[in-house]
Structures are given as C-alpha cells and as structure tokens.
Design a binder for this molecule. Structure first.
Ligand code: NAD
Length: 370
C-alpha cells in the first residue's frame, strides 16, 4: 500500500454527509483497487459542530485541519441555525477555516461534460467539452482594503468608501499559483484586471509580466481587461485555460463561468494556501453548492460536485493527475450512459439516487481498469 497522505473529512450539514459518503467510497476504491491509501479522519463542522460543541468549528477540529495534507469539506448551514448570532452561524466555521489556513487562492473550474452540454444557457457547440479554471485571489483587494466604511457628511448626506489595494507580494503569490496550475493543464494563463482605469490593475499587470519572465517563460501569458473577459466568457469560453484575477473580478467572473455549466450539483472548487517547507500547500476542497436543506435526507443530492472536488484534490494536493482524470472520465461515462440525479434530470434519461450515482461512478472506475 502506497500511503499518499492524510485527509480531514468535514461532511457538515444537510446533504454534506450524503455527498461525503460517496467520497469515502471512492477513497475505499483507490485503496482496494489501486493500492493508494489515504488516512482519513472525520470531524464535525458548521451546525453539527454547534450542536455538539456550541461552536461551528472546535479548536480540536482546526488543529486537525492544520495537520492534514488536505481538508475535504461538504457543506454547512440550515434553517435550524438561522437565528443564531453571527459568530456562531455554521458558515463561520468555513470562513474561520479559510482564514486560519490562509487560503488565498480560490480555484473554480468550469467543466462541461458533453452529456450535459444541453443544460447550459449557451449554445451547445460553445460549451461542449469546456474545461477552464478561474483562479480568484481570496484574501485581499476591495473586500478587505482600508479605509472602508460609510460616513455622514456635514450636509447630512453620506459617503461610502471601499479601497482596492494589492501589494507586489499578494499579486506574485496568486499569479504563481496560476502559472503552476496551468503547467498541469494547457499551459496558458489569462491575467485579468482593469489596467486601463485602475492603479491596482497597472501594478497587477506589471508584476504578473515580471514574474512570468522570471519564473514561468514556458507558460503562454495573455492580459485581458475584466469587462472584455466577461464578454469573452459568454462569447467564446473555450478560448481560456487558466484565468487569474483579483478578489472582486474573480467573484463575478467565476459565477458567470459557473452558469456555463448549467448545474450547481456539478461544480467543484478548491482553496489553496502558501506552500510549506516540503512544497505542499494547505488546501480545502469543497463543492460550490450549499447544504440544500430542501432535499437533505432524501437521497436526492447529486454527489458529483463533491466527487469532482475530490478529483481536484488528487490533482492539486497529491499530483495524482492520472487518477484525477480517471475519476473525471468515470463521471463523464456515467453521464453518457444517461444516469442523472434529479437536479440534472433530462427527458429520456434515468433518474437515480445519491448512492446509486456513487455506485455508478465506482462501476465505471472498475471498468476503467479493463
Ligand atoms: P444550496 O446550494 O444549498 O441550494 C440551492 C438549490 O440547489 C436548492 O434547491 C438545492 O436543493 C439545490 N442543490 C444544491 N446542491 C445540490 C446537489 N448537490 N444536488 C442536488 N441539488 C442541489 O443554497 P441555499 O439553498 O441558498 O442554501 C442552503 C444552506 O446552505 C444555507 O444555510 C446556506 O447558508 C448554506 N450554504 C452553504 C455553503 C457552503 O457550505 N459552502 C454554500 C452556499 C450556501
């Protein structure tokens, strides 16, 4: 058995435990069929942690997260916790994890499996086979810059200020992640800002260009203004490989790109921190969707976003690109065969449950071994 690394599994609330159950089965498959061992620890987060410990993230859980090679996160939240004071809300568990692990790079892939191309709001030929990655800077920029606030003016009206601020170090560290990721993909990076009207955009462009020349000349770099990028994403999305951008533009562009794929139940994500001495980055992998209380406990949840997040973990935390491809191909094959959970159901297809979908993926993984 090849011990690959240790994982902290945080299923969370609502459908979180249901979709995490399918990850555990895939972990078992890699152990039994490929000799790849992941040591897994499971703990509480969000509402379930609040119920047990009176806090959405216990210190002991945070310590496990810091010690793990990767955190795999389900989803948190639910109506039972809506009345809690802000600091105790389930979502605070996730925010605290991101902050404490210093996860500054948010990876949001937009992939369209051929079988689901009809579900996109764009024409099938524009999105079929789409595979792009939006890399968003997550801890800086206008959401955090000082000064910020609303002030009363002498004439009784008010004035609001947010500050967009980026330093050389912040730009270089997110751009490095973009260049590194592109090397595991098609080797192309589009750096997005508004250097035509913003000073942060000018600095962003200069620093990315410099870093590219110094360390990543093998990667093809292109610069694009954010407004043009928004247009290009809906006009010809397949032109992109990795898009690297700031917190605000990344927030908007990643949601726009998500809709190209059609379904929340299919969207994975990852958040990465700085590399440690061994070169390994702190990392958290989670589906984009929430805890879906409306369908929790009914076996209706689509586990594919969670399994695609697990595939991202294989690729980006453990450099197991071939194994990640294997999981993604198995998912594509299951969809090609017409299996669907309710959220992605289409006429003439076969609706199946969460566990049946997980089993179908395992069957395809078996089939992939020949
Ligand atoms: P949601 O993503 O949970 O659900 C939105 C809709 O999509 C629902 O109709 C749901 O049934 C459906 N859906 C979501 N994931 C699905 C899946 N895997 N399979 C099938 N259908 C799926 O968003 P919401 O309803 O706005 O929020 C519900 C709770 O989740 C709230 O408490 C919210 O705060 C929380 N939330 C948590 C996260 C997170 O943990 N990262 C993210 C978003 C929302």
């Amino acid at each position: 058995m090849n011990q690959v690394g240790n994982l902290l599994l945080l299923p969370g609330d609502g459908i979180g435990p249901e979709v995490m159950g399918e990850v555990q089965r895939v972990v078992g498959w890699f152990r039994d069929r490929q000799g790849l061992g992941f040591e897994c620890e499971t703990d509480l987060v969000g509402g379930s942690a609040y119920d047990a410990h009176g806090t959405p993230l216990a210190d002991s859980t945070l310590a496990l997260a810091k010690a793990a090679d990767a955190v795999v996160f389900g989803a948190v939240g639910g109506p039972a916790y809506d009345q809690l004071e802000f600091r105790l809300k389930p979502e605070q568990g996730l925010l605290k994890l991101r902050k404490e692990l210093e996860l500054f790079a948010n990876l949001r892939p937009a992939m369209v499996f051929p079988a689901l191309a009809e579900a996109s709001s764009l024409k099938k030929e524009l999105v079929e086979g789409l595979d792009i990655l939006i890399l968003r800077e997550l801890t800086g920029g206008v959401y955090f810059g000082e000064p910020r606030g609303i002030e009363e003016l002498p004439d009784g009206t008010r004035r609001a200020v947010d500050t967009q601020v980026y330093t050389t170090a912040e730009i270089r560290r997110i751009a490095s992640v973009g260049f590194e990721l592109s090397r595991k993909r098609q080797g192309r990076v589009t750096s997005v800002e508004k250097a035509n009207v913003m000073h942060t955009g000018v600095l962003w462009r200069q620093e990315v260009t410099k870093l590219h020349q110094e360390q990543f000349p093998d990667v093809k770099l292109e610069h694009m203004y954010a407004d043009n990028c928004a247009m290009q994403l809906v006009r010809r999305p397949k032109q992109f490989d990795v898009i690297v951008t700031d917190n605000l533009f990344g927030d908007l562009l990643s949601d726009a790109a998500a809709m190209l794929t059609g379904s929340l139940g299919m969207l994975p994500s990852a958040s990465l921190g700085a590399p440690d001495q061994a070169g390994r980055r702190k990392a958290l992998y989670e589906p984009v969707h929430g805890s879906a209380p409306d369908i929790a406990g009914q076996g209706k949840a689509n586990p594919l976003a969670m399994l695609l997040s697990f595939a991202m973990m294989l690729r980006y935390s453990f450099d197991l690109g071939a194994e990640a491809d294997r999981v993604e191909k198995a998912i594509g094959a299951v969809l090609d065969k017409g299996y669907r959970t309710a959220d992605i159901m289409q006429p003439g297809m076969r609706e199946i449950s969460t566990t049946a979908m997980g089993q179908a993926v395992l069957d395809e993984l078996d089939a992939s071994l020949g």
